[in-house]
Write a protein that binds this ligand. Structure first.
Ligand code: PMP
Length: 800
C-alpha cells in the first residue's frame, strides 16, 4: 500500500492513536510509531560512517522507516534505510538475510542487494536527533518508476506475475525465527484489521468491508493453514514494483518490509488486488498477472479457490488500516486516504460481481487477454497455406481458443465459452490430475511396448475389467481410425471374409480402409464401395419405420439379412459389421430394442465379426454404464476405443477376445511405436481414476436427464424443435421447419449454432441433413451449465 512521504518527514502522531488501541501488540506498532526523524545532514553523516567516504543523500518516500538515496560515486546509487524505532531488530535481520538469500538463489532478480558497511556489517545501531535508536543499513538502489504510474499493458502484467513467482521461488528455502512476526497486513490476521473498521465513517461502506472480512473469517481463514506457506514479500504493490522509463519492462521489486511467513498465494492476492486498482477492466488485468505467475509457478486448485476471498480481504484490510491511520493523523487524512476511492470502488465492484470475479480468479485464463495473440484473419491465411485445403473450421468467424478448464474454453480475447460440444476432454479440459499424470510420466520415462513396463499392463487390466467376457485382450494404438483399421484387419483375418456392413451416415475414421466403411463421408448420392453395404439408420423419427409402428428394432435389423444376401450375391462373405451404438454421426438416435442384437445375430450367423465402435460413445457418456453397446443388450466381438480415452492425449485401443487377437497369425507382429507408451497409459489411467472418483458417469446420467428435460421444455415454446433424442450427455435436438412434414431445418440449425457461439455456448450439428443440434459436453458438465445452455438456446430459437 501507499508510502507516506509526509509521514517520513513528520510523525504518525502517537496522541491520535488513543482513538483506538494499536492492533500490534508484541511491540509498540511500527505503523503507529513516529518514523525516524533524521535530517539530510544527519543522514549524510550516517552514510559517511557506514561507507567510510562522503556521499550525497536525498530523502525518499517511506511509510514507517526513513529512506535516503545515497550517491557515493562508484558502481551505482545506494539506499540508506533507517529503521523505525519500534522495529524489532530481529525483523530487520530477517529482511537482511532474506535479501541475501534471494541474491544467492536468484542473482538475476531485480531486487535490492545488501551492501556491507566498512566494518563488514549489514546493520549498524544509530541514535536519531531525538535520542531514539534505529538500525541503519545500506542496500543497492533499484532504478525505475512505480508500476502504478505506467499503463497496465497485458505483457507488463504478465511479466510482473512471472517475477513475483520467481521471487516466491527464490524465497522458498528461506526461513528466519522472526518470519512469523505480527503484521497488520498479514491476511492470516485479517481479524485484527477488521476491528479497525470502526474508523470507517460511512456506515454502509463499513458494513460492506465488515461483511467481506466476516465471510473471510468463516470461509477462507480456516483453510489457510492447509495451503503451502513460506516467507513471502507480501507487498508487491503499485509502488513497490518498478518499471523502466519506457514503461515496458519490470525493472525491480523493492521494499521487503512487509515480508512474513504466510500462504504463498497471499503474495498473488496482494499483487492481483494492486493491479486491479483503478484498472478499467480489473479482472483481465488480474488474469494477465496470474497467467504470468503460472508460467513460472502453477497455482494449486485449493489456492485458486481462495483467491477471490484473499483479494477481497486484502482490499478490506486496506480500507480499515487507512481509516484507522487517518483518524490517528487527521491533519494527514487527505494524503493517507488518497487511494481510498480506488480501494472502495474495486471492493464494491468485486462484491457486486462476486460470481464472475470468483470464477475469473478461480479459473486459469478466465478473462485473460492473451498477449500477442495473432489475429484470427492472419491465422486463417497461414493455416490455408500451411495445412492445405482439406481442413475445415467451425464457425463462419473461426474460434481462436487459447485455454481450457473444466467445461470452459477461453478465446484469444479472453472471452469464456461453455463447451457443450467437445467429447474428447471427457473429464474436463486440462483436468489437473490428467495433466499431472502425463507430466509426471513424461518426466520419468517414455518408451514403447517392446520394453517391459507395468503401466500398460495395469491400464489394460483396468480397461478389460470394465468390459464383459470374452473381451480380455487390449491392443493400443493412437487414434480411433487406427483402432478401427486394426479391427477391420483382425475381422478379415478371423472371418476369412471381405465384406462389411455399416450404418448410413456412420463415420469410423480416416484410413483408406476405414474411410470406405464411413458412408457419412461419401459425397451426396454416392454409394459405398462394392464390398460395403450401408444399413438404414434406425431412425424412428424421420426414417422409414417410425415411432408408434410395431417391431421397429426388428424391422430395421432385417435389413442386415438383405445386405448379407447382397454381399453373398457379389461373391463376398462378411468380414465385419461396424456399428457406433450411439449412432453419433447418423443424427443421434435412441437405441431401438432388438435392432443391434438382430444385426449382430445375422452377421455372426454369416461368419462375420461384430465391432462396436465406442470411439464416441464410450467411457460412460450415456450415463447408464461405461459402454454404449450395453444399452442394446449385446456383447460385441471387438470394441474400439479412442477420443475420450486419454482426455485429449492421443491414445486408442482395440479390445477383443484372445481368439480374434490371435487372428493375424502365429509370428505376425503388430507394433505401434506410440501405442500404449507409458505416458499414454498414465493419461488413460488418470482418466479412469477421475471418472470413478468424481462420479462422472452418474453425473452424465443426472445432469443429462436435467438437460434433456430443459430441451424438451423448449419444444413447448419453439415449433422449431421437432424431436429431442439421446441419453446422458449426448443429446440431439432435431430442428424442423414444420412439425407435420418434419422438413429438416439444416440452414437454421447452422444459424442457431452460430448464435449459440455468440451467446458463449458451443454446440455442433449432425445428421444427414445437418439439422440436429449435437450436444456432447465434457462429462463434468454441471446442472448450472445445463441451465445456461437451455437459456441460451431459448434465446437463439426465439430469434431463429
Ligand atoms: N469412430 C467414431 C465413431 C468417430 O466419431 C471417430 C472420430 N470422429 C473415429 C472413429 C475416428 O477417430 P480418430 O479421429 O481419432 O481417428
Amino acid at each position: 500500500m501507499r508510502g507516506a512521504p509526509a509521514e517520513a518527514a513528520g510523525a504518525l502522531g502517537d496522541p491520535g492513536l488513543s482513538v483506538s488501541a494499536p492492533p500490534e501488540t508484541r511491540s509498540p506498532g511500527v505503523l503507529s510509531t513516529r518514523p525516524p526523524e533524521l535530517s539530510p545532514a544527519d543522514a549524510r553523516r550516517v552514510a559517511r560512517d557506514l561507507l567510510g567516504r562522503d556521499a550525497d543523500v536525498e530523502p525518499l518516500e517511506s511509510e514507517r522507516d526513513q529512506n535516503f538515496r545515497v550517491r557515493a560515486g562508484g558502481a551505482g546509487d545506494l539506499v540508506l534505510k533507517i529503521s523505525n524505532p519500534a522495529e524489532d531488530p530481529a525483523v530487520v535481520d530477517f529482511q537482511t538475510r532474506a535479501l541475501r538469500h534471494v541474491e544467492a538463489c536468484a542473482p538475476r532478480l531485480p531486487v535490492p542487494r545488501v551492501v556491507a558497511d566498512v566494518r563488514g556489517g549489514a546493520e549498524a545501531p544509530i541514535r536519531g536527533p531525538d535520542g531514539r535508536s534505529h538500525l541503519a543499513r545500506l542496500v543497492t538502489f533499484v532504478p525505475g518508476v512505480p508500476f502504478g504510474s505506467a499503463p497496465r499493458r497485458p505483457a507488463l502484467l504478465r511479466e510482473l506475475g512471472a517475477i513475483l513467482a520467481e521471487l516466491g521461488r527464490a524465497l522458498r528455502g528461506f526461513f528466519h525465527p522472526a518470519a512469523d512476526h505480527e503484521l497488520l497486513w498479514d491476511l492470516k490476521r485479517a481479524d485484527r484489521a477488521r476491528k479497525l473498521l470502526v474508523h470507517v465513517p460511512d456506515a454502509e461502506r463499513r458494513a460492506l468491508a465488515d461483511g467481506v472480512l466476516a465471510r473471510f473469517e468463516i470461509r477462507a481463514r480456516p483453510r489457510l493453514p492447509g495451503l503451502r506457506a513460506q516467507v513471502i514479500h507480501n507487498d508487491v504493490s503499485r509502488w513497490n514494483a518498478l518499471v523502466d522509463a519506457g514503461g515496458t519492462r519490470i525493472s525491480g521489486i523493492v521494499d521487503f518490509g512487509d515480508m512474513v511467513h504466510a500462504p504463498l498465494v497471499d503474495d498473488v492476492a496482494v499483487t492481483a488486488s494492486e493491479v486491479m486498482l483503478g484498472a478499467a477492466e480489473p479482472l483481465p488485468a488480474a488474469a494477465a498477472l496470474l497467467a504470468g505467475y503460472e508460467e513460472v509457478e502453477p497455482l494449486r486448485p485449493e489456492e485458486r479457490e481462495l483467491l477471490y476471498d484473499l483479494v477481497a480481504a486484502r482490499l478490506a484490510v486496506g480500507v480499515a488500516i487507512s481509516a484507522w491511520r487517518a483518524d490517528a493523523r487527521p491533519e494527514n487524512r487527505e494524503y493517507i486516504c488518497s487511494d481510498d476511492p480506488m480501494l472502495w470502488s474495486l471492493l464494491e465492484r468485486l462484491v457486486d460481481g462476486e460470481r464472475a470475479a470468483r470464477e475469473a480468479l478461480r479459473e486459469p485464463g478466465a478473462a485473460a487477454p492473451v498477449a500477442g495473440a495473432a489475429d484470427a484473419d492472419a491465422l486463417l491465411v497461414r493455416r490455408r497455406r500451411l495445412l492445405g485445403p482439406a481442413l475445415s473450421h467451425f464457425y463462419r468467424r473461426p474460434l481462436h481458443l487459447v485455454r481450457g478448464r473444466g467445461t470452459r474454453l477461453i478465446d484469444a480475447s479472453g472471452r469464456s465459452y461453455l463447451d457443450a460440444y467437445n467429447n474428447v476432454p471427457h473429464v474436463g479440459h486440462c483436468h489437473p490430475e490428467v495433466v499431472a499424470a502425463i507430466a509426471r510420466q513424461a518426466a520419468l520415462l517414455n518408451t514403447n511396448t517392446r520394453y517391459l513396463h507395468a503401466s500398460v499392463l495395469d491400464y489394460a487390466e483396468r480397461l478389460v475389467a470394465t468390459l464383459p467376457e470374452p473381451l480380455r485382450v487390449c491392443i493400443f494404438v493412437c487414434s480411433g481410425s487406427e483402432a478401427n483399421d486394426l479391427a477391420w484387419r483382425l475381422a478379415r483375418a478371423h472371418s476369412g471374409g471381405g465384406g462389411a456392413l455399416v450404418v448410413e451416415g456412420a463415420y469410423h475414421g480416416t484410413t483408406d480402409a476405414i474411410a470406405a466403411l464411413s458412408p457419412g463421408e461419401l459425397p451426396a448420392g454416392a454409394s459405398p464401395p462394392p464390398h460395403v453395404r450401408a444399413l438404414p439408420a434406425p431412425d424412428d423419427y424421420r426414417g422409414r419405420y417410425r415411432r408408434g409402428e410395431p417391431r421397429l428394432g426388428e424391422r430395421y435389423a432385417e435389413h442386415a439379412g438383405e445386405a448379407l444376401a447382397s454381399l453373398r450375391a457379389a461373391g463376398l462373405a462378411p468380414a465385419a459389421c461396424f456399428v457406433d451404438p450411439l449412432l453419433s454421426s447418423s443424427g443421434i438416435l435412441d437405441p431401438l430394442p432388438g435392432w443391434l442384437a438382430g444385426v449382430f445375430a445375422a452377421v455372426r450367423a454369416a461368419g462375420g465379426v461384430c465391432v462396436a465402435d465406442e470411439v464416441q460413445g464410450g467411457f460412460g457418456r450415456r450415463g447408464d454404464g461405461m459402454w454404449s453397446f450395453q444399452a442394446h443388450g449385446v456383447v460385441p466381438d471387438v470394441v474400439t476405443l479412442g477420443k475420450p480415452i486419454g482426455n485429449g492425449h492421443p491414445l486408442a485401443a482395440v479390445v477383443t477376445s484372445p481368439a480374434i487377437a490371435g487372428a493375424l497369425g502365429e509370428g505376425r507382429e503388430f507394433f505401434s511405436t506410440f501405442g500404449g507408451n507409458p505416458v499414454s497409459c498414465a493419461a488413460g489411467l488418470a482418466v479412469l481414476d477421475v471418472l470413478e472418483r468424481e462420479g462422472l458417469v452418474e453425473n452424465a446420467r443426472r445432469v443429462g436427464a436435467r438437460l434433456r428435460q430443459g430441451l424438451e421444455s423448449l419444444a413447448e415454446r419453439h415449433a422449431w424443435v421437432g424431436d429431442v433424442r439421446g441419453a446422458g450427455l449426448f443429446l440431439g435436438v432435431d430442428l424442423v421447419r414444420d412439425r407435420q412434414s418434419r422438413e429438416p431445418a439444416g440452414r437454421e440449425a447452422r444459424e442457431v449454432m452460430e448464435r449459440m457461439r455468440e451467446e458463449g455456448v458451443l454446440v455442433g450439428t449432425d445428421g444427414p441433413h445437418a439439422n440436429v443440434l449435437k450436444i456432447r459436453p465434457p462429462l463434468c458438465f454441471s446442472e448450472a451449465d445445463a441451465a445456461l445452455l437451455v437459456e441460451a438456446l431459448d434465446r437463439c430459437l426465439a430469434r431463429a
